[in-house]
Design a binder for this molecule. Sequence first.
Ligand SMILES: C[S@@+](CC[C@H](N)C(=O)[O-])C[C@H]1O[C@@H](n2cnc3c(N)ncnc32)[C@H](O)[C@@H]1O
Length: 263
Amino acid sequence: MSTTADELREEVRRRYAESARAVTEGNGGCGCGSGSCCADGESDAAKFGEALYDAEQRGELPEAATLASLGCGNPTAVAELRAGETVLDLGSGGGIDVILSAKRVGPAGTAYGLDMTDEMLALAQKNAAEAGVTNVHFLKGVIEQIPLPAASVDMVISNCVINLSVDKPAVLTEIARVLKPGGRVGVSDVVAEDRLIPEERAARGSYVGCIAGALSKSEYVAGLEAAGFEDVSVEFTHEVAEGMYGAIVKARKTETPAAKGLP
Ligand SMILES: C[S@@+](CC[C@H](N)C(=O)[O-])C[C@H]1O[C@@H](n2cnc3c(N)ncnc32)[C@H](O)[C@@H]1O
């Protein structure tokens, strides 16, 4: 029997609810290496999660937020956030990148975290309160239908979430909608070499473990360009499975969207 998109999304939600509960109870998410739900074993501890943040960044965070890190990169290290900006983190999990972003944009700026999993939202609220940041808002919803108005965000970040989406074109279209003209995307995600067909990606790891649903490099570039982005780049940073990498994906929304028929 084939799995429908709704069933797959529910499986993802259940997996990350379980992870949030485990972190809240002090057991580490899913019992995997470094508490990372993206990791399928202890040897993955250096490829996913808190190991990807430097000591200075970890020093800015409550320990619980660091332990809740389930990403495959560090989008805040490459996002050039400026004071007063509005930033949105897609699939904010335990809130690590929202807290770091809130500190970068300062009291005149705003950091939104969007997640579909209640347990993750509760963990993120707790971590943000403990970190003492007040310019944060956690929103419940799906990244395929972002609950924010058009042209309201300066920068969209995300850490190991777009590969989990069951409708990636919708996510990229929604990112383009909520960004202001000239707004930026800086996302960490798992990305495959173009030579790997979807079945070969699935043979390297599970969907909920952030491997099977990964786009290839040229699929990512084509998807962003189709959604109206310019200056698109995908840079592999570290291998997470044979032919598959943690990657930094960057792009910019055109300054003149109306001229291109975009929102
Ligand atoms: C691998 S974890 C990453 C969490 C966080 N970005 C980090 O780096 O620690 C994936 C997160 O994305 C959320 N998520 C997955 N698919 C989603 C979707 N379609 N819409 C909203 N949230 C989603 C999950 O609930 C989970 O919190």
